[in-house]
Design a protein around this ligand. Structure first.
Ligand SMILES: [Zn+2]
Ligand SMILES: [Zn+2]
Length: 167
């Protein structure tokens, strides 16, 4: 909730920290969200530069471990005074009637929080993943499988060779 009445023209800085529940966001989000707003008030408009920080828990795509991730997204909102729809070429432009004194950004914050969820979820950029043979998490420790690895394409030949050697 950002109060916009009685603001002098110029730049203002606001910081809001609230529980993520306030945005009606559930998993994978958790804890609080933090919004830093640079509010610029001009005679006919208010511009909000918004920096949104959230915390979420994901399962790593490679190793399956649950990890905590700090997400961030930035966006801009422009509020124009008056009700002329002529300049409406941006989805983030909102027309304010002159009697409005505050704005709720919840819907936008929710949308941008969801947009900040990465497509690829990795506990770290260089996550080694799990051994495809023994299932060991290779971030913790290496396993012995590597030294015995046989290129699967050659496996039938290796087996054949072993058989022949025995005869
Ligand atoms: Zn991982
Ligand atoms: Zn292994």
């Amino acid at each position: 909730m950002i109060k916009i009445n009685n603001l002098s023209e110029g730049t203002h800085h606001l910081e809001i920290e609230e529980k993520i529940d306030e945005l009606e966001l559930k998993e994978p989000f958790s804890g609080n969200y933090l919004v830093e707003v640079k509010l610029t008030k001009l005679h006919n408009r208010i511009i909000l530069d918004i920096d949104l920080k959230t915390t979420a828990f994901f399962e790593c795509d490679r190793c399956g471990v649950n990890y905590k991730s700090n997400l961030q997204n930035t966006f801009q909102m422009v509020y124009l005074f008056g009700d002329s729809p002529e300049e409406s070429n941006s989805v983030n432009t909102v027309y304010l009637s002159s009697d409005i004194d505050k704005t709720k950004l919840n819907k936008e914050l929710r949308d941008y929080a969801i947009l900040s969820i990465p497509m690829k979820k990795l506990c770290s950029e260089d996550c080694k993943g799990l051994c495809f043979r023994c299932g060991k998490n290779l971030n913790d420790d290496s396993c012995d499988c590597k030294t015995q690895q046989v290129d699967l394409r050659w496996k039938p030949l290796v087996e054949l060779k072993n058989k022949m050697d025995f005869n």
